[in-house]
Design a protein around this ligand. Structure first.
Ligand SMILES: C[S@@+](CC[C@H](N)C(=O)[O-])C[C@H]1O[C@@H](n2cnc3c(N)ncnc32)[C@H](O)[C@@H]1O
Length: 204
């Protein structure tokens, strides 16, 4: 039976071709090491391809997108691309303090009393909120649009839930980065200033 020679496909992998030869003991040990190495590579590759979000998330740590905050036409400060961003890229993680609902309720009231008009509380699940009001990264500046170029997605990384902002279309240099906040409907409305075609008129 013929075997494909993987060393031709990937020159970094040691050759496994042993056809028609008898192998000295020392070489057998090194072949085993090579085989262990390849098994490990296969294991890693299959776990990665099962979870491309995890791969992208790890890449995000090493290769951050070039973005800046600046005055926005939508509201106060916004976040802008400094380099072209392709569709379906991870743009930035929404970072803040992870808090429970009961703490979020208390903080929401306190922030109102302090006159903080903007909301930086992002719900992860029923009892987990990420609060970027006083601790966070540039993601806290992303404004809402009813026709956004990004979307927020909750992914699991080593059992921890993370909020990640992904591009839903190619984004040009100096374009404002936006996503749909998907605020729940409330009686007291917050007017939306996104200016997009088909703007719903309110955030909530
Ligand atoms: C996470 S902050 C976004 C950054 C904010 N512009 C700033 O300068 O800090 C969210 C707040 O921005 C405001 N905001 C974001 N998008 C908006 C929009 N489309 N229309 C009106 N206000 C918006 C709202 O006050 C909202 O609570």
């Amino acid at each position: 039976m013929k075997y494909i020679n993987h060393s031709k496909l990937n020159p970094e992998l040691p050759s496994t071709s042993t056809q028609g030869t008898s192998i000295p003991a020392q070489q057998q040990t090194s072949l085993r090491a090579g085989s262990d190495f390849r098994s490990e590579q296969r294991r890693l590759l299959s776990s990665f391809s099962c979870d491309s979000d995890l791969v992208k998330f790890n890449q995000l740590k090493f290769r951050r997108k070039r973005i800046r905050f600046s005055r926005s036409h939508i509201h106060d400060w916004g976040l802008f691309a400094m380099e072209p961003i392709a569709a379906e890229e991870m743009v930035i993680e929404y970072v803040g303090q992870i808090i429970r609902q009961i703490i979020a309720d208390m903080r929401e009231q306190r922030y109102e009393e302090e006159g903080i008009g903007s909301s930086y509380l992002f719900r992860v699940d029923q009892d987990t909120i990420i609060d970027a009001t006083k601790y966070g990264n540039l993601s806290r500046f992303i404004n809402h649009s009813c026709n956004p170029n990004c979307y927020a997605k909750i992914i699991s990384v080593e059992t921890r839930k993370k909020i990640v902002i992904y591009s839903r279309q190619p984004i040009g240099v100096n374009e404002e980065i936006t996503y749909d906040y998907k605020f729940p409907i409330e009686d007291t409305k917050i007017p939306c200033l996104c200016g997009a075609d088909g703007c719903r008129g309110t955030l909530n």
